[in-house]
Ligand binder design. Structure first.
Ligand SMILES: [Cu+2]
Length: 274
């Protein structure tokens, strides 16, 4: 009996390991899949901060759920019908009522606290970001201005051609603080890179500023997340997170040949798998 069960365990382990290897998942990816509990893999430091809030919230929800099911089970077992006599009918119980008013409030206060802390951390601006990019969302494409980016502090620029002709390309170095300053000349757009787990509205007459630190080299899709008119769906852009060297090469290329197709330049860069 014991041999059969240990053989079954070994078989299950072998099947699991084979599935893991053949699916092409790295160990880290498998770990994140198992413990992310529905949270996508962020490729930014900021996404990781929010991931921690998510884990805490899920843990709190699981504890509450477990408590509720436990109380239901206790009531079902202890108070099941034994005689035809009704159990004592209690109209209220002050301590219990105070408890179930205070406990949810405490839970919400704790969740609010950690959410506010994470939000402040994500929204915090540093004194000296490594790269500053002016983002202009317009009907219907994007323009990226790399402020003081060249060695002689010139600004270089990439503009996607509206409406569908040419996607705008955003190239940023990995593991660097990137500051984005957004504005719009027409209507409200929204800068969104799903893999960054970050989205911020682009509002006419206003400068919205935030910072992100990408952590993984790769190519990602960017979108406009605000219904901004007829060709809203044409506002996709490409994001290349590249090494510092590739980034410098890209900026130098853009500075010497501003008319070169930004797509071609972007595609020429070495990018890791996504
Ligand atoms: Cu838009």
């Amino acid at each position: 009996m014991r041999t059969r069960s240990s053989r079954a365990v070994r078989l299950a382990l072998a099947v699991g390991a084979t599935a893991l290897l053949t699916s092409g998942c790295s160990g880290r990816q498998a770990y994140e899949d198992a413990f992310g509990i529905g949270w996508p893999h962020p490729v930014t430091v900021e996404g990781k901060t929010m991931y921690n809030v998510w884990l805490g919230t899920v843990a709190a929800a699981a504890a509450v759920g477990f408590g509720v099911y436990l109380l239901i089970a206790v009531a079902v077992v202890r108070d099941r019908k034994k005689t035809d006599e009704l159990p004592p009918q209690i109209r209220y119980n002050l301590p219990i009522e105070v408890l179930y008013t205070i406990v949810p409030f405490v839970i919400i206060a704790v969740l609010f606290f950690y959410t506010a802390v994470a939000e402040n951390k994500v929204n915090k601006l540093t004194k000296n970001p490594d790269v500053t990019i002016g983002v202009v969302g317009f009907q219907w494409n994007w323009q990226f201005n790399y402020l003081n980016a060249t060695t002689d502090h010139k600004t270089v620029q990439v503009t996607g051609a509206p409406p569908v002709g040419q996607q705008a390309v955003l190239v940023i170095p990995v593991d660097k603080k990137i500051r984005f300053i957004e504005t719009s000349p027409d209507v409200i757009h929204s800068f969104w890179v799903p893999d960054f787990l970050f989205k911020r509205d682009v509002i006419p007459g206003r400068l919205n500023t935030f910072e992100l630190t990408p952590t993984r080299i790769g190519t990602y899709v960017g979108r406009c997340a605000e219904l901004c008119g007829e060709k809203h769906d044409a506002m996709n852009f490409e994001v290349h997170v590249v090494s510092e060297n590739d980034y410098q090469t890209y900026i130098a290329g853009l500075a010497t040949n501003p008319d070169a197709a930004p797509n071609a330049l972007g595609a020429a860069l070495t990018t890791g798998d996504n």
